[in-house]
Write a protein that binds this ligand. Structure first.
Ligand SMILES: *Cc1c(COP(=O)(O)O)cnc(C)c1O
Length: 393
C-alpha cells in the first residue's frame, strides 16, 4: 500500500479542522483500495484459528484499536467515525453509540454509581432531564439541578459524594452558554469530572476539552449527521475515560449500526461548510427577529442582548450556530399561527438538519425553538417576515 495516498489517521492530525473533517479517521481500504470507507455490514468477524480467536477476544475486551470480533463491541465503519470524532473534538479517543441518549447515559453511568451525587444544569434536553431526575434517582444516583451559570451556587452545592458536573454547552431550550473554563476549574479543584453535551454547537464552533472539560457528549443525530437521516451519539475524551464508556455501552447494548456510522461519516465531512452556513443564517434571522415588534425576546448567543454574550464571544470564535429561541407577544395563539405560517420551516422535533425546523413549546411558556438550516439566507428572512406580517395583520 506504500504508493496509495491516504496514510494513517494519526498522520493527519497536523492538518486544520476542515481538512480533518474530510480526511481524519479514514484511509484507503487495505484489501480493495476502496477510497470511500465501506459499510462493514456484519455482526461477527471470523478467525484463522482458535488461538487467534482467544487473542482477539482478549484484546477486544480492552478495546485495542482495529481488533474486531463482534459489532456490538467494535466495527470498522464505526471505528472510522470514532477516529474522526476524536480528531474533531481534539480528544484522545471517542466512542459512537446508537443515539444521543445512549451517549449521555453511558457517559454518566461510567462515572456515577449508586450513592454518588451529580450537579446538573436546570436547563437540559427533556429526556436528559428524565434520565437524571427519574431514572438515575430511582437507581440511587442523586442529581441536583441548578443554574450552572451561577458559579458560586455550583460551588455551594458540591457535597462529599459529588462526582460530576453535567451541562449543555449551549442549553436546550433557553440557550444558556456554559462557562466551561470556570466550571472545569471548580470541577478539578474538587476532584469532579466535567461532562459537556456539545450537541447544539458541534466541535466546529466549540471544543469543550480545550477549555478543560473531561468528557464531551453528542447527539450525533443533529449537527454531526446534519441531514436528519440517522440517529447516533458520541462520547469523546481521554482513552481511559472513553474505555469505561465503551464497557458500559457494551453491557447496556446500544451500539450504532454500521450503516448509520457510514451516513454520519458522510455528513461529518461537510460539518465546517454546514456550520458556517448555519451561523450566517442564524445571525441574520436572529437580528431580523429581534427588530420586529411582534417578538417579545430572542435568545441567540450572537446577539448583544444575550445574557451570556461575553462568555459566548470568548468561547465561540467561528460563529454562533443555527439555534434560536424566541417568544412572541400574543401567547399560544400567536405562536401557533407563526409556526403554521412558515413555509420553509417544518414543525418538528430535532435540530441541526440542513433543513430548517420550528418547534413550538406551549408547556414552556410558549417559547419557540428554531433550528435554522442551510437554505438561502434571503429566502429564510423573507419567510420569517411574511409569517410575522400575517400574525400582526
Ligand atoms: C437530541 C438531544 C439529545 C438526545 O439525542 P438522541 O440522538 O435524540 O437520542 C441529547 N442532548 C441534546 C442537547 C439533544 O438535543
Amino acid at each position: 500500500m506504500a504508493n496509495v495516498k491516504g496514510g494513517t489517521s494519526m498522520q493527519k492530525e497536523k492538518w486544520a479542522f476542515s481538512t480533518r473533517a474530510i480526511q481524519s479517521g479514514e484511509s484507503v481500504d487495505s484489501v480493495t483500495r476502496a477510497l470511500n470507507t465501506p459499510i462493514y455490514q456484519t455482526s461477527t468477524f471470523a478467525f484463522e484459528s482458535a488461538r487467534d480467536k482467544e487473542a482477539a477476544v482478549d484484546e477486544g475486551m480492552s478495546w485495542t484499536p482495529d481488533t474486531y470480533f463482534y459489532s456490538r463491541t467494535g466495527n470498522p465503519t464505526t471505528a472510522a467515525l470514532e477516529k474522526k470524532m476524536a480528531s474533531l473534538e481534539g480528544a484522545e479517543d471517542a466512542v459512537v453509540t446508537a443515539s444521543g441518549m445512549s451517549a449521555c447515559a453511558t457517559a454518566l453511568l461510567s462515572i456515577l454509581n449508586a450513592g454518588d451525587h451529580c450537579i446538573a444544569s436546570s436547563d437540559l434536553f427533556t429526556i436528559t432531564q428524565s434520565l437524571l431526575d427519574d431514572v438515575f434517582d430511582a437507581k440511587g444516583i442523586k442529581v441536583t439541578r441548578i443554574d450552572t451559570n451561577d458559579i458560586a451556587d455550583v460551588t455551594e452545592h458540591i457535597r462529599s459524594n459529588t462526582k460530576a458536573i453535567f451541562v449543555e454547552s449551549l442549553s436546550n431550550p433557553h440557550m444558556n452558554v456554559a462557562d466551561i473554563p470556570n466550571l472545569s476549574k471548580i470541577a478539578h479543584e474538587n476532584g469532579l469530572y466535567l461532562i459537556v453535551d456539545n450537541t447544539f454547537l458541534s466541535p466546529y464552533l466549540l471544543r469543550p476539552l480545550e477549555f478543560g472539560a473531561d468528557l464531551v457528549v453528542h447527539s450525533a443525530t443533529k449537527y454531526i449527521a446534519g441531514h436528519g437521516d440517522a440517529l447516533a451519539g458520541a462520547v469523546a475524551g481521554d482513552k481511559s475515560l472513553v474505555d469505561r464508556v465503551r464497557y458500559y455501552l457494551d453491557n447496556l447494548g446500544a451500539p450504532v449500526s454500521p450503516f448509520n456510522s457510514w451516513l454520519i461519516l458522510r455528513g461529518l465531512r461537510t460539518l465546517p461548510l454546514r456550520m458556517r452556513a448555519h451561523s450566517l443564517n442564524g445571525q441574520a434571522v436572529a437580528e431580523l427577529l429581534e427588530s420586529r415588534p411582534e417578538v417579545e425576546f430572542v435568545l441567540y448567543p450572537g446577539l448583544k442582548s444575550h445574557p451570556h454574550y461575553d462568555v459566548a464571544q470568548k468561547l465561540l470564535r467561528d460563529g454562533n450556530g443555527g439555534m434560536i429561541a424566541l417568544r412572541l407577544h400574543g401567547g399560544a395563539e400567536a405562536m401557533e399561527a407563526f409556526a403554521a405560517n412558515l413555509e420553509l420551516s417544518a414543525i418538528a422535533v430535532s435540530l441541526g438538519d440542513v433543513r430548517s425546523l420550528v418547534y413550538p413549546m406551549p408547556k414552556r411558556q410558549n417559547l419557540i425553538r428554531l433550528s435554522i438550516g442551510c437554505e438561502d439566507a434571503g429566502d429564510l428572512c423573507s419567510d420569517f417576515i411574511q409569517a410575522l406580517n400575517k400574525i400582526s395583520s
